[in-house]
Design a protein around this ligand. Structure first.
Ligand code: PSV
Ligand code: MN
Length: 422
């Protein structure tokens, strides 16, 4: 996307934007500081979210999907050009193997992108794979299967090193479908031993992010089923191992913001896979179902990171992990990034001093007023202003539509392309 197209769009919208921005900026005390923080804040795009997602019942391609890693990088580059908040890409191996790492790295750099965490995949069998993961990978009763899964993770680290990544993200589908199928302690111990071997292969400046999930694809138990189990593994492994929170990986009603607060307190929060859900791991657009929960999570993040003197932008990993079944993936990702930045901006507006005082005085109504006052502020002009200052579009989706980008992608890539991923 040429910069002049974005600039022309911005010029057309500028007057209206300035009016709205002036109004909000006049209402809040530290507008400049908030803008600076918003400008620095980026969210990684997963390489597997650029195509149309599917369910086990079907997949309805939207056309023009990226056919290669190079085309996925182009799509993330476009997203970043429009919103100036998506400056990295997270690869899932083997869905996206960088055959020629230097040239892939170079291509990404041309779009101002770098590589976020690399993700291993031992939840599917790949063509030609010697041993099956049908009954798990790192927790498998057969040492040879565990060895294969360990070797895969070490391979993924190598790909990541070549690209300049700094973290290995591990999500295991290992678990059981029926009571009696597994010895829980045995499964946990074997997982720990396997992770220890992978941990030993981590470069000094790398982290291991351990993701948890209560169910699916296994429906009775998951060996890393909740944050406690992930935290236990991360604690036993060492300082480089941390717990990754995927918002969709909780049972109904779970207080995710409290989990986040405690993990941060312990220095064990790796980062996020953002998405939203109504029922379980629905992988819907961030902020589309429960934006208040997202705000409450960001409120804990801002408070907890400030308490530890952490840089909001770089202190932990920020990433989207969503699936787009009926929307254009690029528009959907733009919406998700926007929702995250809105929640972050609102959290920055919380009057911390007043909230602490209300908490000390057990003034419950006041505490609620303070939080909801921030949440009910329309911060969209602030987020747009930060984007404008960084060279992005005042309204990224409008530009995407005005320029008929999808139509061009279909023309170039074809109607029936299918991007790798789930
Ligand atoms: C599992 O549901 C998960 O959240 C993990 O992060 C995987 O890597 C990703 O989804 C695959 O889509
Ligand atoms: Mn995830």
């Amino acid at each position: 996307m040429e910069q002049y197209i974005i600039d022309e769009h911005n010029n057309r919208q500028l007057k209206q934007h300035q009016g709205k921005f002036g109004f909000v900026a006049g209402e809040i005390p530290k507008a400049e500081e908030v803008l600076r923080k918003l400008e620095a804040f980026n969210i990684a795009i997963p390489s597997w979210a650029l195509g149309t997602g599917g369910t086990r019942f079907g997949r309805f391609s939207g056309g023009g999907e990226p056919r290669s890693l190079e085309e996925k990088i182009e799509d993330v580059g476009l997203i970043h050009a429009l919103n100036r908040s998506s400056n990295s890409i997270s690869l899932h191996i083997p869905w996206d193997i960088p055959e020629n790492a230097p040239s892939i790295k170079n291509l990404a750099a041309q779009f101002g992108l770098h590589f976020d965490a690399v993700n291993s995949n031992t939840f599917q069998d790949q063509p030609g794979q010697k041993l099956s993961y049908k009954f798990g990978s790192l927790h498998h009763v057969d040492k040879a299967v565990r060895g294969q899964a360990i070797a895969h993770n070490i391979e993924v680290i190598k790909h990541g090193v070549a690209l300049g990544s700094k973290a290995l993200s591990v999500w295991l589908s290992d678990g059981s479908n029926f009571p009696g199928q597994l010895n829980f302690r045995g499964a946990f111990q074997r997982t720990l031993e396997s992770l220890q071997q992978i941990y030993e292969s981590l470069p000094a400046d790398w982290k291991m992010w351990i993701e948890y999930k209560p169910f699916e694809p296994n429906f009775y138990s998951t060996t890393i089923g909740d944050w406690g189990q992930s935290y236990l593994l991360a604690s036993k492994l060492g300082d480089k191992a941390l717990t990754l929170v995927d918002l969709g990986h909780h049972l109904h009603g779970t207080n995710i913001e409290q989990i986040v607060s405690l993990l941060l307190m312990e220095g064990k929060l790796a980062g996020f896979h953002f998405n939203d859900s109504k029922y379980s791991d629905d992988d819907l657009t961030v902020g589309s179902i429960n934006p208040y929960q997202l705000f409450l999570i960001f409120n804990e993040l801002v408070e907890g990171m400030d308490a530890r003197g952490m840089d909001h932008a770089t202190g932990i990993g920020w990433m989207i992990d969503a699936s787009h079944n009926v929307k254009d993936p690029i528009e959907d990702l733009l919406q998700s990034v926007e929702a995250i930045k809105i929640a972050y901006a609102q959290a920055l507006l919380v009057d911390k001093t007043a909230l602490t005082q209300a908490q000390q005085e057990n003034d419950v109504a006041k505490a609620q007023e303070i939080l909801q006052n921030a949440y009910r502020t329309d911060v969209r002009p602030l987020v747009a202003e930060a984007r404008l200052k960084a060279g992005g579009a005042l309204n990224p989706i409008s530009v995407f539509r005005e320029q008929e980008v999808r139509k061009q992608l279909i023309k170039k890539r074809g109607e029936k392309t299918v991007a790798t991923g789930l």
